[in-house]
Write a protein that binds this ligand. Structure first.
Ligand code: PEP
Length: 253
């Protein structure tokens, strides 16, 4: 069964106090207002994971994600955080391959593959991000570009490993720009992604994979996006920093 998911990527925002306030506001709104079957995920910065995790642990509705993970298991890697560490503070998901990590931290397909392996080996679920820059869309090369991203990092996983993966399609030109992909653009890319996944893995696994849309998703456009057949939820940046907006997006299913 395909899970419906709304995940909030807080990026490098909020102080400790603000993070605790935000997560408890979201928790209250989700408890009071969300009736449908939706998995809600929050991805705070590393220093706040443990405290936010205290609220999400044992909470059926809310789940914890990290925004990044090391490809290494342990050892002399100053500044890095391992999947084992993330698991030990209650993380269940890890965002891997976000365009900001690819762009500013030069994470290539091989590194992302190692991060996927390290994450899955610890029983955590990767949220694997893909998406094309504007010039690839303008050149009508977006399907090929995204297909290669999927192939280059995911195709070496086994079917069992792939079962743990959530995919997020995030066109770079829509991230933080206020310019959203139309529901038709999102649907056609999500259907293409699912088809590519069915070639790499078994068809049932591809059918059951949640594929999230990310890129300027907000309470005004979420309903239309989430109503598309192959859009199983959203990875939300800016709008996940405001509890009211995030809760309204979750209620858009
Ligand atoms: C993101 O960076 O994952 C994202 C979707 O950001 P925003 O919602 O702000 O466009």
């Amino acid at each position: 069964m395909r899970k419906r998911i709304v995940a909030g990527n807080w990026k490098m925002n909020k102080t400790y106090e603000e993070a605790l306030t935000l997560v408890s506001e979201i928790d209250n709104m989700v408890k009071d207002e969300v009736t449908g079957d939706v998995t809600v995920i929050v991805a705070p910065p590393f220093p706040f994971l443990q405290s936010v995790g205290k609220l999400t642990q044992g909470n059926d509705l809310m789940h914890l994600a990290a925004q990044n993970v090391s490809e290494h298991e342990s050892g002399a890697y100053t500044g890095e955080v391992s999947a084992t560490m993330l698991k030990s503070v209650g993380a269940e998901y890890v965002i891997i391959g976000h365009s900001e990590r690819r762009m500013y931290h030069h994470e290539d397909a091989q590194t992302l593959y190692k991060k996927l392996k390290a994450t899955i080996a610890q029983g955590l679920k990767p949220i694997f991000c893909c998406g094309e820059p504007l010039e690839e869309r303008d050149a009508e090369n977006h399907f090929e570009y995204v297909g290669k991203q999927l192939h280059d990092s995911l195709s070496y996983l086994s079917n069992e490993e792939f079962d743990q993966v959530v995919v997020a399609y995030e066109p770079i030109w829509a991230i933080g720009t206020g310019r959203t992909a139309s529901s038709q653009q999102a649907q056609e890319m999500h259907a293409y992604i699912r088809e590519q996944l069915s070639r790499m893995f078994d068809a049932e696994a591809a059918f059951n994979t949640s594929i999230l849309y990310g890129g300027s998703c907000n309470p005004g456009n979420a309903k239309e996006l989430f109503s598309q057949e192959d859009v199983d939820g959203g990875l939300i940046g800016g709008a996940s920093l405001k509890s009211r907006d995030f809760a309204d997006i979750i209620k858009s299913f």
